[in-house]
Write a protein that binds this ligand. Structure first.
Ligand code: 13P
Length: 252
């Protein structure tokens, strides 16, 4: 059966020293309170090596927040999937709406990143989700389907087993405005049906679909009680160990 997951996405927060302290804090809490789900810390590139060293790999996996769309070479400032893998990180977050919007990441660019991540043995947390205007026009289903088709549905079923989907409605990210659990469940079930149409029911049943967007300790239990919500991708509330644990313990 599919994994229950709580993943943090630190975004562009925390110096190296602050990041190590935060990772230590999460690790200490989980050492004392074994999590009932997979826990992932998504950190900036420069934190990866140290965070991998800081945490117990049996309790916490580490993820990058991005990787390059090129394999290697003269691409100043870029970080390749092979480099991410060499830090000991196991995951990479791709397709986040902030990367699509502010860094013009197109479905084609994301497809190249997904392929390179998988070729280098990383698992991918692939983000999808509609804007407020698209939700108001009732286009959310078409948007998330197109995002999957554009960047991950070229994969074989075997490759697709390394994809975690994160549904993050853009209007709920960092706004304090969460999708209601019914709204989230409705679209998660739709996403699973789209995966089933493409890869079959068994693959769809094994795919973890996370919710992201103002998820916190107070709303996580209700969201995670829904049958098609397999956990969360957490921004703001992943920046304090206690707040992050409040979400993790929603699975207890
Ligand atoms: P917030 O939890 O801060 O709304 O961010 C969600 C997110 O974008 C995680 O990737």
């Amino acid at each position: 059966m599919r994994q229950k997951i709580v993943a943090g996405n630190w975004k562009m927060n925390n110096t190296l020293q602050e990041g190590i302290e935060l990772a230590k804090g999460v690790n200490e809490i989980l050492k004392a309170n074994a999590p009932k789900c997979k826990v992932i810390l998504g950190t900036p590139f420069i934190h990866l090596t140290e965070v991998v060293k800081t945490v117990d790999s049996k309790l916490i996996s580490v993820s990058a927040e991005n990787c390059a769309d090129k394999e290697k070479g003269a691409f100043t400032g870029e970080v390749s999937a092979a480099m991410v893998k060499s830090t000991g990180a196991e995951y990479v977050i791709l397709g986040h709406s902030e990367r699509r919007e502010y860094y013009n990441e197109t479905p084609e660019i994301l497809k190249a990143k997904v392929d390179l991540a998988l070729a280098n043995g990383l698992k991918v947390i692939f983000c999808i989700g509609e804007s407020l205007a698209q939700r108001e026009a009732n286009e959310q289903n078409a948007v998330v389907k197109a995002e999957l088709e554009g960047s991950v549905f070229h994969l074989s079923a075997e490759q697709f087993a390394n994809i975690v989907i994160a549904y993050e409605p853009i209007w709920a990210i960092g706004t304090g405005k969460t999708a209601t659990s019914d709204q989230a469940e409705e679209i998660h079930a739709y996403i699973r049906s789209v995966v089933a149409d493409k890869y079959g029911k068994a693959v769809a049943d094994n795919t973890s679909i996370l919710y992201g967007g103002s998820c916190k300790g107070s709303n996580a239990p209700e969201l995670f009680s829904k049958p098609d919500i397999d956990g969360g991708l957490i921004g703001g509330a992943s920046l304090k160990a206690g707040d992050f644990y409040d979400i993790i313990k929603a699975w207890n």
